[in-house]
Design a protein around this ligand. Structure first.
Ligand code: BTN
Length: 234
């Protein structure tokens, strides 16, 4: 494993992508930074956290990546976070489709994956993860939570990173098997809850995801498939 620590960068995803454009980097190279000046969240949002307190890192996946799909990578990463939290830190969490990890119904981590292609196949993937670790107050983010909020303990960022990377490395050896556990950890799996789509609120039962990562809901006894842009959790 090749781990790079930075004191500051714009975004660890951008930093890793730019370093990889300039030179060959080993599979599972990880960059973490104590500060991001332009941390990126999902759908063009910003990812803002208190400097030095949290894990903001990106991991490069190259080996075997041409056999994977973007959603398979998302599944392996999501399941790896949940299993790592459970087995190494005794913290229960769920995957809130498509990119959030929740614990006690609050957001503990977010995932932003940026893929590169060679023709129709993936050639590399930069997996960015923001994990709330030692920050205890989240002004303006009432739905956020950290490991310290949950356990009362402080954590060493690099120790956490190394133990997570070991789980990810292992899970990448058999992505299809790991992905089978995705539904088990899916937030609200087989439960009926409210969603919003096209300005209408409706109830749907979460039935899982299709191979492209769209969410399958049972609505009025019919299976319907939604992508992220068409659906909002209530
Ligand atoms: C989200 O939930 O919106 C996804 C957040 C992803 C944030 C991480 S922090 C490390 C990496 N670098 C970035 O700029 N973003 C990701």
């Amino acid at each position: 494993m090749n781990i790079v620590k930075l004191h500051a960068t714009t975004s660890t995803n951008d930093e890793l992508k730019s370093r990889f454009r300039e030179s060959v980097l080993p599979h599972l190279t990880a960059i973490y930074s104590l500060k991001q000046t332009r941390g990126k969240g999902q759908q063009g949002a910003q990812w803002v956290t208190e400097d030095g307190k949290n894990l903001t890192f990106s991991v490069l996946i190259t080996e075997g990546v041409s056999d994977l799909t973007p959603f398979l990578i998302n599944q392996v990463v999501s399941v790896s976070i949940v299993e790592w939290l459970k087995n190494d830190l005794q913290i229960q969490s769920k995957i809130k489709w498509p990119n959030d990890i929740l614990s006690v119904n609050h957001k503990l981590a977010g995932i932003l994956i940026e893929n590169s292609y060679s023709g129709n196949f993936l050639s590399s993937s930069v997996v960015g993860i923001g994990l709330n670790v030692n920050q205890v107050e989240f002004e303006g983010l009432p739905k956020a939570i950290s490991l310290k909020n949950i356990t009362g303990k402080e954590f060493e960022l690099e120790v956490l990173l190394i133990s997570f990377l070991n789980v990810l490395k292992n899970n990448l050896r058999d992505p299809l098997k790991v992905a089978q556990d995705y539904n088990k950890y899916l937030f609200k799996y087989r439960q009926v809850i409210s969603f919003e789509s096209s300005n209408a609120v409706f109830n749907g039962r979460v039935e899982g995801t299709d191979k492209d990562g769209k969410l399958i809901l049972r609505v009025d006894n019919e299976l319907k498939i939604y992508d992220l842009k068409e659906l909002k959790w209530m």
